[in-house]
Design a protein around this ligand. Structure first.
Ligand SMILES: [Fe+2]
Length: 291
């Protein structure tokens, strides 16, 4: 049994966790404790972790609620890096707008994401987080009742990027090989594990609200995004090598300020649980070159 200690990262979400012996399998009490902490806080930070892809993958799977009877049999995805140095690294440069991974996909929901600081030079660009559950809980009543029964269309498209980038040429545009994939989702989205309501719109891929005029759709989305990303709502995780950050991809959205290919090395190893079947290698372009 691990002696787990926690420290809040913000008043609304996120915990730094100490005292976990990072070996597989974790005992049943530790698994239950970590699952509760994860579902309550949405994000767990472990410092000074050894480079161990198996433990990173195992932790993601158990926090998703899966029982892992044989950790040694887990499929490990090597070389899944967000990196400005590795030749096959994802998102090698640019600013990323707020999103949840695969939010636009009709088939592949990702529940848990993690990043491990494999090689981090300072000053490292942080990863930014906001809570979409807190955003729903604190939404002004008139706005909440206006959007409660509405659905939104989620899709990657350059026009939405341009609108949300508001002229920032550093914003990274991702174009997936699948191209036209999109999905419509309720704006008040019930979390499949916790039952809490998620404000399910994001800066990167929410194109429009169905059933209202284009002007009303823009007005409502702007109001929802202004609320979600208001000053004081954001948590910036400043990376150190050996950090493991694991978060609920539905409860929280993530983003980052600009990263440059010539800047300090920032290689973060990523896991996704469950692993999307439709993941394709995206092509990237800074917004300036997409104009
Ligand atoms: Fe992402």
């Amino acid at each position: 049994m691990n002696e787990i200690k926690t420290c809040k990262l913000t008043s609304a979400f996120g915990l730094e966790v100490a005292g976990v012996d990072p070996r597989t399998p974790l005992d049943a009490n530790t698994r239950a404790t970590l699952r509760n902490l994860f579902d309550e806080s949405g994000l767990l930070l472990f410092r000074d972790m050894a480079d161990d892809l198996r433990f990173q993958t195992y932790l993601s799977e158990i926090l998703m609620g899966k029982e892992v009877s044989d950790p040694d049999a887990l499929a490990l995805i090597e070389r899944c890096y967000v990196s400005n140095q590795e030749p096959d690294g994802a998102a090698p440069f640019g600013r990323l707008l707020y999103h949840s991974d695969q939010m636009w996909s009709p088939t592949d929901r990702v529940d848990v994401l993690s990043l491990y600081g494999k090689k981090v030079e300072q000053p490292a660009t942080p990863t930014l987080f906001v809570s979409a559950v807190d955003a729903w809980d604190t939404l002004p009543e008139d706005l909440r009742s206006r959007v409660k029964g509405c659905v939104a269309l989620q899709r990657y498209d350059v026009d939405t990027y341009k609108k949300r980038a508001a002229g920032d040429p550093d914003v990274l545009v991702s174009t997936y090989g699948g191209g036209d994939a999109f999905v419509t989702t309720p704006i008040a989205y019930p979390h499949p594990r916790t039952g809490r309501t998620i404000l399910y719109v994001c800066q990167q891929t929410t194109q429009k609200i169905e059933g209202v005029s284009a002007e009303e759709s823009d007005r409502l989305i702007d109001a929802l995004l202004d609320h979600m990303y208001a000053p004081g709502k954001e948590f910036a995780h400043h990376w150190r090598q050996g950090d493991l950050v694991i978060w609920d991809n539905l409860t929280l959205q993530h983003a980052r300020p600009n990263v440059t290919t010539g800047g300090p090395v920032r290689t973060l190893r990523k896991t996704l649980a469950p692993l999307p079947r439709s993941t394709m290698r995206p092509d990237y372009a800074a917004l300036e070159s997409a104009r």
